[in-house]
Ligand binder design. Structure first.
Ligand SMILES: CC(C)(COP(=O)([O-])OP(=O)([O-])OC[C@H]1O[C@@H](n2cnc3c(N)ncnc32)[C@H](O)[C@@H]1OP(=O)([O-])[O-])[C@@H](O)C(=O)NCCC(=O)NCCSC(=O)C[C@@](C)(O)CC(=O)[O-]
Ligand SMILES: NC(=O)C1=CN([C@@H]2O[C@H](COP(=O)(O)OP(=O)(O)OC[C@H]3O[C@@H](n4cnc5c(N)ncnc54)[C@H](OP(=O)(O)O)[C@@H]3O)[C@@H](O)[C@H]2O)C=CC1
Length: 420
């Protein structure tokens, strides 16, 4: 297996990088063409959503250096924000010194919710639902024989009575193993199919029948040991511990802390054609379960090294949704070398931890602006009107002056053009 540790990858040309990735992932000429030319054709786009008038593109970058559960990965990330890919690669490089990331996954289990109202005796209705568990499971599984044949399908039924502003309601949960799908369509079909049966069993009226994005049974976890020598010493360890404590105690900071995590996870979710709103909703609702808290934790081990962990629901698929429709999503999975939803979720958890660690390390030391703004300078130069070789020349001058601002970029560009 080739290594994902590719020093100076970012200094190569696009073509050279593509060759490296092709070699790593076994991409053919057709794959390379797809990446360099327009990947998503208008014809496919027109069938994916409604009222299409074009396609909207994002840069696809590759994060290097990831060693996850002993396997090397190159990580495709679709994102508009500068420095995210660099930061992920940077953190993964430092994590390698401690053996890389180890991960864990609780299973491909999603929850379908069925809302039952107009109940005189909701606790009795709950009892009856649980008593008819097998019948409900059987009805749900009739909807998706393929999933059932694959070993998935509805596995259990839960029931909860909740207090609402409109009185007590019975909420029935279908617990569904969706295997390699994200699962929303599969679960929603089951929830709708069992609704009449649940009305019969409870005597109530069913309204909503829909998946829950708070996927508490589909949890991905990752851990990494960042050796203190690899990350800049004890002072850096202490700074990151203080940054973590800040996020743990303050929701204003915690929102930004978790946003940093999602910089990485959402970029991989988008690159693989998955539903980023679903993953974001799951992450933030999970973070809010005991007051809004960080999705990562940091501790110092007996050697003085920093140990980071992450835990969040990650409902993504390698089948279904747009994952197989958008050719670029298929290609991202090929670059990753993953074929199961489980492996994809494990990788995403590692990326989330890496992203958070890189941001905290920068914030707790030199500040975010040096690394981030140096890379963002390219956007500023383009916004100021630079094109082609001018972009690099303007960036170089902005970094020399130490002011990465649009007005300065415009001035630099004018002078540059006047000289040539
Ligand atoms: C930006 C770096 C990586 C520079 O960091 P540096 O120390 O200048 O990097 P280096 O020159 O020592 O290089 C180390 C490795 O980083 C990678 N690397 C280095 N430069 C590049 C590049 N140009 N393009 C791609 N990869 C790059 C690359 O893997 C390289 O290894 P090598 O290949 O040399 O063996 C560092 O300052 C960093 O990690 N900063 C964090 C930036 C960040 O988190 N950005 C996210 C956007 S800000 C935000 O939205 C979230 C936030 C911050 O608000 C979250 C929060 O508050 O918690
Ligand atoms: N709240 C939310 O998050 C919501 C999200 N969505 C959207 O739902 C979509 C995802 O739904 P999803 O159910 O994943 O997609 P699909 O319905 O496209 O695909 C899932 C189906 O693929 C078939 N299948 C074949 N092989 C496998 C396998 N190895 N593992 C699992 N299933 C397999 C299954 O059976 P069969 O072939 O019989 O169908 C399964 O039902 C996304 O586009 C999402 O945006 C929709 C509504 C709400």
């Amino acid at each position: 297996m080739p290594s994902s540790r590719i020093p100076g990858f970012y200094k190569m040309s696009v073509q050279e990088r593509l060759e490296k990735v092709a070699e790593f992932a076994g991409l053919g000429e057709e794959d390379k063409r797809l990446l360099l030319e327009k990947g998503l054709s208008l014809d496919i786009a027109d069938r994916m959503i409604e009222n299409v008038i074009g396609t909207f593109e994002l840069p696809l970058g590759i994060a290097t250096n990831f060693l996850i559960d002993g396997k090397d990965y190159l990580i495709p990330m679709a994102i508009e924000e500068a420095s995210v890919v660099a930061a992920a690669s940077n953190a993964a490089k430092m994590a390698r010194e401690g053996g890389g990331f180890v991960t864990d996954y609780s299973g491909n289990i999603m929850i379908g919710q069925i809302q039952v109202v107009r109940l005189n005796d909701p606790y009795s209705a709950k009892f009856e639902v649980l008593r008819h568990r097998d019948e409900i499971i059987e009805k749900a599984n009739e909807q998706d024989p393929i999933l059932v044949n694959l070993g998935g399908g509805c596995k259990d039924v839960e029931a909860r009575v909740i207090d609402t502003i409109r009185g007590k309601m019975l909420i029935v949960h279908l617990i569904v193993d969706v295997k390699d799908a994200m699962g929303a369509n599969a679960v929603n079909t089951m929830a709708e199919a069992v609704a009449p049966l649940i009305e019969r069993i409870t005597g109530g009226k069913v309204y909503l029948r829909i998946i829950s994005n708070l996927a508490v049974y589909r949890i991905a976890r990752a851990k990494a040991v960042f050796k203190k020598e690899a990350i800049g010493g004890e002072e850096v360890v202490e700074g990151i511990m203080n940054a973590y404590a800040f996020a743990e105690a303050d929701p204003f900071r915690c929102a930004t802390h978790n946003k940093g995590i999602m910089n990485g996870i959402s970029a991989v979710v988008i690159a693989t054609g998955n539903d980023f709103r679903a993953v974001e909703a799951g992450a933030h609702s999970y973070a809010a379960m005991r007051g809004y808290k960080p999705l990562t934790t940091y501790e110092v081990n007996e050697n003085g090294d920093l140990v980071g962990t992450i835990e969040l629901p990650i409902a993504v698929g390698t089948i279904g949704g747009a994952t197989k429709v958008n050719p670029l999503a298929k290609l991202s999975l090929k670059i990753l070398g993953v074929s199961t939803a489980e492996e994809l979720a494990r990788v995403m958890a590692a990326v989330g931890l890496a992203q958070n660690f890189a941001a905290l390390r920068a914030l707790a030391t030199e500040g975010i602006q040096r690394g981030h703004m140096e890379l963002h300078a390219r956007n500023i130069a383009i916004m100021a009107g630079a094109s082609g070789d001018e972009v690099d020349m303007v960036v170089e001058e902005l970094l020399k002056i130490g002011k990465i601002r649009m007005d300065v970029a415009k001035e630099v560009l004018e002078k540059l053009r006047a000289r040539s």
